[in-house]
Design a protein around this ligand. Structure first.
Ligand code: APR
Length: 170
C-alpha cells in the first residue's frame, strides 16, 4: 500500500477513481468540481442528477459514485467537505475525516485499487491547509491499516502551498 503526493491536475490522473470536492447539490461549481465536470463532460452531471433525485442533497462527509465521462479515470467519487467556521472545531474535523473515510469505503466496496484525492475543503470552503492536511493523511492511513483492498492512494495537489502543506504533514 502506498500514499503518494503529486503536484498536478486531478482530472488527468489515470486511476480507478478520482475524488471530487463537491457541494451538497452535486450540480457542479468552481475549483476542482468545475474542472472535473468540464473535463468529464455532461454525462457526470446527468448521473449526479439521478442520484439527487433518489437520495436528495448529499450530506457533508458522505460520498457517492458516478462514472468519469471523458477523463482517464474510471469513476468519480463525489464527497462534500465542511465549510470552515471558526467555531465547532470538533464537528468539522470529523466531517472532513468522514469525506476521506467514506470515499475510501465506497472505492473498496466497488473493488477499486487506486484512488486520487484533491485537498478537500481547503479552497472555496476555506479550511486552513495546516489543519486539513494532517486530518486527510491520518484518515487515509487509518483506513489503509484496516482494509487492504486499496493499493494506491494519491493526493493530487494543485499548487505549491498545498503540496508543501501535505508533504510537511506527512
Ligand atoms: N486538480 C486538483 N486540485 C484542484 C484542481 C484540479 N484540477 N482545481 C482546484 N484544485 C484544488 C484547489 O486549489 C484546492 O486546493 O482543490 C482544492 C479544493 O478547493 P475547491 O475546489 O475550492 O474545493 P472546496 O474548498 O472543498 O470547496 C468546495 O467549491 O466550487 C465548489 O462546488 C464546489 O461548492 C463547492 C466548493
Amino acid at each position: 500500500m502506498e500514499i503518494k503526493f503529486i503536484k498536478g491536475d486531478i482530472t488527468r490522473q489515470k486511476v480507478d477513481a478520482i475524488v471530487n470536492a463537491a457541494n451538497s447539490s452535486l450540480m457542479g461549481g468552481g475549483g476542482v468540481d468545475g474542472a472535473i465536470h468540464r473535463a468529464g463532460g455532461p454525462k457526470i452531471l446527468e448521473e449526479c442528477e439521478e442520484i439527487v433525485n433518489k437520495i436528495g442533497r448529499l450530506p457533508t462527509g458522505q460520498a457517492v459514485i458516478t462514472t468519469a465521462g471523458k477523463m482517464p479515470s474510471k469513476y468519480v467519487i463525489h464527497t462534500v467537505g465542511p465549510i470552515y467556521k471558526n467555531i465547532e472545531h470538533r464537528t468539522q474535523s470529523t466531517e472532513l475525516r468522514n469525506c476521506y473515510i467514506n470515499s475510501l469505503k465506497l472505492a473498496s466496496e466497488k473493488g477499486l485499487k487506486s484512488i486520487a484525492f484533491p485537498s478537500i475543503s481547503t479552497g472555496a470552503f476555506r479550511y486552513p491547509l495546516e489543519e486539513a492536511a494532517p486530518i486527510a493523511i491520518q484518515a487515509v492511513k487509518d483506513f489503509l491499516t484496516k482494509e487492504a483492498s486499496i493499493k494506491e492512494v494519491y493526493f493530487v495537489l494543485f499548487n505549491n502551498a498545498t503540496y508543501e502543506a501535505y508533504v510537511n504533514a506527512a
